[in-house]
Every structure is written in structure tokens, then in C-alpha cells.
Design a protein around this ligand. Structure first.
Ligand code: C2E
Ligand code: CA
Ligand code: CA
Length: 583
């Protein structure tokens, strides 16, 4: 059936002109016809007041559905969308000899009961509207066709004129989304197998971009696209909705088959030019084929974001409760700026103990966020998000300042043997700006540099980081390797980066302590640290048994709830003074 026939059918069923047009296009763009009808009623409602002809408003709705121009961040897309809309308007205007208002077209105002009665009597709506509607559909089809041709033309003529290039990127993006949704829609109606949306992104892509440059980042994205082209058959579709996010739609028969497909993607993309790529997947298996494609995409995206903060797996299937996570992210991003201005961040300190001396030998600075309405927000909720958006810098700088002021306060009462360690997010390690911040803090507070220790999380070994670490080391800082044992390249990192102390990760410890073999490994870690001349500290120590075992194998320094939880800095200050006085 043609669009015009479809629309005529809707008019016959007493739908408005705006509904008839939008309804005629809805399904091929993956939208639920019923919903679109509801929206277009509202869109077209202006005509009731003699306003813009409903055919114009519904044409805009059709372009919206066709190209998904919904990204508020992307001005180019917005401009492209407005151009399409103007094109339609101009052609409509021309063909209608300047008549664009419902009142002008029908020569009466349908919101006025008297005039409406006349229109009805004369059957003017039935005479005029189908014609206007038909003409509008023709213009819409024309514009859609031109868009396709433009895209094809540009694809075939990749010359480097700047304007051409710019237009090409926008068109291509719009075009891809269009094609993708159309393909998915066709698959949904043709297939009787299960269908899933698989969305993935590259972990720490922003950091890779910063470290190796954007050009390298682009090469990676191209590599991913090529690989997906190779892996997908003609019933598997993919697109790259933004940045390093990719989406694949596939049919499958059972979960194992779907997982195998995901693993194939993963193993095809383990590294690019020696840079390891780690992928995070979110999966949405379609339950209701009538759901809008956009919503299906969103669910896969929600699952992917949930997978990002999950330490146990990098593949998660969508669950309703993941929506919560999105709200948390939104909450954090909307509130973090005010949190700084209103001093909602506080420094908590968690003591570190020596088992043999039974005394406090230092403390770790941990940030806490007390929101006036929501209460305490924990770092595990907000740090990963702030590392992504870069806000972590501001939080860390604040905590470092607090730590230095605390060290000064201790020195003023004669306590100069309680170093404070601060966490240095990886985000800082890509440029050296943070070093001058540290230097300023130290100078301003006139503290001994050795009392401020830096915790850096072990991760993939990379040259830039070890260089920065080397500079810190040369500058006289003490470096703690945080979360040792939680990753996979710990030993390599030890070789490259001049750490002073290893902090054993809580999970690593818990795992090791669960078996005899594990305990043996722990013992070897202790003796390895000793031989390398590295200090060792066990984190997350919660029980007496753990303390006893650590004592036995010679790991003397510990931090954990068994001794003390992180506490507000004022409380720790009192605690420390009492301890030092021997009370
Ligand atoms: P982390 O550096 O490994 O910090 C240790 C975490 O373990 C802290 O969680 C601490 O409260 C918790 N912990 C300590 N002892 C125990 C124990 O016995 N049992 C258990 N179950 N947990 C224990 P917290 O404060 O929630 O911080 C979580 C992570 O957030 C930190 O892990 C660190 O990576 C990050 N973080 C915290 N504060 C900052 C900060 O100021 N800057 C940056 N960049 N990251 C921070
Ligand atoms: Ca830490
Ligand atoms: Ca840690």
C-alpha cells in the first residue's frame, strides 16, 4: 500500500489529517502506530484554532521519526533537521500559493462552531483536505528520496572539499540511523526467532583518546566498524549512535547462542595496535515487538551503563531496576556543581594500623558527599561517573587540600608520624597539571612532603602513566599501589612503575584466604614485597582470623572495619590525639 492509500484509509476512518499522514509513515520507522496517532493529534491541534495546517505539523513529525533528530548535544543534527523542515514548508507554501493556515485553506475556521457547520454542510473538508494531504505526502516522499540520493552521491564522491565533508558526516549519521531503524523494523516483522539489542562501548575510551590522541581514537572506531561489518551477517545490523558506543541487533534461538555471538564480538576486538580494548555490553532481549525501537535501544543502553559499574561481569541483560541507575547518574550530574559550592563534600579518614606495634601508622582520605535531601552518597556511586565526566578533578583537588590542612593541623600539635594518603584518580595522570596543584598545597601548608602519600590504582600498564609516576617519585612522593590483585597485570606494573607500597585489595584477600592454596599465594606475595623492598598493607580487614593470618605471614600493616571505619576528619583528629597520648 502506498503512503497516500494508507493515509486515505485513516481519513476514511475519521482520523484527522495530521494523524493520517503521521500514521501512514509511523511503522516503517519503527514507531508504534497508536502512539504516533496520539502524538499527532496533539501536534495537529493548532488547526482547530485556524492555525497551521495539520499536514505541515505532521510532516515535521514524520521527519522526526525518520531521522531521530533528538540529540540536544548535537547542533549539526539540529541544523540539518531544521533545514528539512524549512524545505518542506517552502515547497508546501509554493504549491499552496502561500496558503499555510487551516483557515486560509478551508476558507473557514474549524474552531468556530458556526463556520464549522457551514464547512460540514458543504463537505469542504472532504473535498479539500485529501488533496492537501496527498500533496504533502508527495513532498515528504520527495524530501526523503532526495536525502537518500544525497547520501548515496556523497558516499560515492568522497572529495575533500570542506563543505562536502561536513555535510557528508551529518548526512551519513542521519542516514545510518534511518537505515538501521528501518532494517530493525523489517526484521521485527519478518522474523519469528528471538531478537536482541546488544549495545557496547569501550572501557576508558576517553582516556585512550587523551593518551594516544584523537586520531588514534578514530582509528579504533574505524577498526570496530570494520570488524562488525565482518562479523554481522545480512540479518544482523549495527550502528554507532555516538562516540564509542555501538549497537548490534541480532536474531537468536537461546541465550547460549546470544552469548556466543557477544563473545565473538569481544574476541574480535581484544586489542588494537597493542592497546588493549575492554568492552562493556548491555543486552535487551525483545519481549514486545510493538515497543518502539527507540525504547528498545534505550533499554540496551541502560543495561550497558549498569554493566559499567558491575565488577563481576561485563555483560548485563536489561532489568527494570537498572532505571534507578540512570536516575542516580542524572542526580549526580545535576547536583555535583552545587555540591562543591555548598561544601557538601567532606573528607573522611580511615586509620591504618600496625599489628605488631598496635598503633595508628597513617590514614587514608576518602571523600563523602552529604546531600541535603538525599543524605550520604557513597564514592562507589559517584566516583565512576565523575571519572567519566572529568569532575573528579575538582573533588580530588578539594580532598588533597583538606588532607594537607589536616597534616598541618597534626604538626601543630606535634604529631608528625601519621602520613595521610589520598586517592589520585587515573584521570589526573594524563597531564601534569595535578603536580603543580599538589606542590601548591604542600607549599601553602608548609608540610613535609613525605606525609602526603599518593594512592594510584593499578591498571593496564602504560608508558605515560609510569612516566608520570616516575616524575612523582623523583619529586619525592610516596606512591601506593591501590587495589593490588584486583586486575590482571599487577606484576607487570610493578616492573614499570616505582611504587613504594602495595595495598592488597579486599576481594583479592578474601579470595586468597578462602583456601589453603590461596593462603600460600598470600605468603608468597608477602615475601615478594619484602624482597623487592616494597611496603605492604592489607585493605578491608574485617575479622580477627584475618588479622591473625596476616600477622602469621608477616603482613604488618592493615586497614579495615576490624580496626576502624572511615570517620569524619574531626573525629579522627580526636581519636589520634587520644591514641598518641596513650589514653
Ligand atoms: P579504595 O581506595 O579501595 O578505598 C577503600 C574502600 O574500602 C573505602 O570505600 C573504604 O570505606 C572501604 N573499606 C575500608 N575498610 C573496609 C572493610 O573492612 N570492609 C569493607 N567492606 N570495606 C572497607 P569508599 O570510601 O566507599 O571508597 C570507595 C572507592 O572510591 C575507593 O576505593 C576509591 O577508589 C574511591 N574514592 C574514595 N574517595 C576518593 C577520593 O577522594 N578521590 C578519588 N579519586 N577516589 C576516591
Ligand atoms: Ca585507595
Ligand atoms: Ca583500595
Amino acid at each position: 500500500m502506498t503512503h497516500i492509500e494508507k493515509a486515505q484509509g485513516f481519513l476514511d476512518q475519521q482520523y484527522h489529517c495530521s494523524q493520517a499522514i503521521a500514521g501512514a509513515f509511523a511503522e516503517e520507522f519503527g514507531f508504534n502506530k497508536k502512539n504516533v496517532m496520539k502524538i499527532s493529534t496533539c501536534f495537529g491541534a493548532g488547526m482547530n484554532h485556524g492555525g497551521l495546517c495539520g499536514c505541515i505539523t505532521s510532516a515535521m513529525l514524520v521527519f522526526g521519526m525518520a531521522f531521530g533528530l533528538y540529540d540536544p548535544q548535537d547542533k549539526e543534527l539540529e541544523v540539518y533537521g531544521s533545514k528539512m523542515a524549512s524545505k518542506f514548508y517552502d515547497r508546501f507554501y509554493e504549491k499552496m500559493n502561500g496558503k499555510v493556515l487551516c483557515r486560509e485553506i478551508l476558507e473557514a475556521d474549524i474552531s468556530n462552531p458556526d463556520e464549522l457547520a457551514v464547512i460540514r454542510q458543504e463537505g469542504r473538508v472532504n473535498k479539500i483536505c485529501p488533496h492537501v494531504m496527498e500533496m504533502s505526502i508527495e513532498i515528504i516522499e520527495e524530501i526523503l528520496r532526495e536525502h537518500d540520493e544525497d547520501a548515496v552521491y556523497l558516499r560515492m564522491n568522497l572529495d575533500n572539499q570542506q563543505e562536502m565533508k561536513e555535510k557528508e558526516t551529518v548526512l551519513k549519521r542521519v542516514d545510518r540511523l534511518h537505515d538501521f531503524r528501518k532494517n530493525v523494523h523489517d526484521l521485527l516483522s519478518a522474523s519469528d526467532r528471538k531478537i536482541a539489542f546488544v549495545q557496547f562501548d569501550i572501557r576508558r575510551f576517553k582516556i585512550i583518546n587523551d593518551l594516544y590522541g584523537e586520531k588514534f581514537g578514530d582509528e579504533i572506531l574505524l577498526f570496530v566498524k570494520e570488524k562488525l561489518k565482518e562479523l554481522c551477517n545480512d540479518r544482523q545490523f549495527f550502528m554507532n549512535p555516538s562516540g564509542d558506543v555501538f549497537m548490534v541487533v541480532t536474531e537468536y534461538d537461546d541465550e547460549q547462542m546470544l552469548m556466543d555471538f557477544i563473545k565473538t564480538i569481544e574476541s574480535g576486538l581484544t586489542s588494537f595496535k597493542n592497546v588493549k580494548l575492554q568492552l562493556t555490553f548491555g543486552v535487551y532481549s525483545i519481549e514486545d515487538k510493538n515497543m518502539e525501537i527507540r525504547q528498545m535501544e534505550d533499554r540496551a543502553a541502560i543495561a550497558r551503563m549498569a554493566a559499567k559499574t558491575n565488577v563481576l561481569t561485563n555483560v548485563l541483560f536489561y532489568k527494570e531496576q537498572f532505571k534507578e541507575l540512570l536516575y542516580t547518574r542524572k542526580f549526580i550530574e545535576e547536583n555535583m556543581h552545587a555540591a562543591v559550592e555548598e561544601k557538601q563534600f567532606q573528607m573522611y579518614l580511615q586509620p591504618k594500623y600496625s599489628i605488631s606495634q598496635n598503633k595508628i601508622v597513617g590514614a587514608e582520605a576518602l571523600v563523602r558527599w552529604t546531600h541535603p535531601e538525599r543524605g550520604m552518597v557513597y564514592p562507589n556511586e559517584f566516583i565512576p561517573i565523575m571519572e567519566e565526566n572529568g569532575f573528579i578533578k575538582i573533588v580530588d583537588y578539594y580532598i588533597w587540600g583538606e588532607a594537607c590542612r589536616f597534616i598541618k593541623k597534626c604538626a601543630e600539635v606535634g604529631i608528625t608520624d601519621c602520613p595521610i594518603s589520598v586517592n589520585v584518580s587515573r584521570h589526573h595522570l594524563k597531564d601534569v597539571e595535578f603536580m603543580s596543584v599538589l606542590a601548591d598545597d604542600i607549599r601553602e601548608n608548609q608540610i613535609d612532603k613525605s606525609l602526603l602519600e599518593l594512592e594510584i590504582t593499578e591498571t593496564v600498564n602504560d608508558l605515560k602513566i609510569s612516566q608520570v609516576a616516575m616524575q612523582l617519585k623523583e619529586g619525592g612522593f610516596t606512591l601506593l599501589m591501590d587495589d593490588f590483585g584486583s586486575g590482571y597485570s599487577s606484576l607487570n606494573v610493578l616492573l614499570e612503575t616505582p611504587f613504594d607500597v602495595i595495598k592488597l585489595d579486599k576481594k583479592f584477600m578474601d579470595n586468597m584466604m578462602a583456601s589453603e592454596k590461596g593462603k600460600l599465594i598470600l605468603e608468597y606475595v608477602v615475601s615478594m614485597a619484602e624482597k623487592l623492598g616494597l611496603g605492604l598493607l592489607a585493605e578491608g580487614v574485617e575479622t580477627k582470623e584475618q588479622v591473625e593470618l596476616l600477622r602469621k605471614i608477616g603482613c604488618d600493616k592493615v586497614q579495615g572495619y576490624y580496626f576502624a571505619k572511615p570517620m569524619p576528619q574531626e573525629e579522627f583528629f580526636e581519636f589520634l590525639i587520644k591514641e598518641r597520648k596513650g589514653e
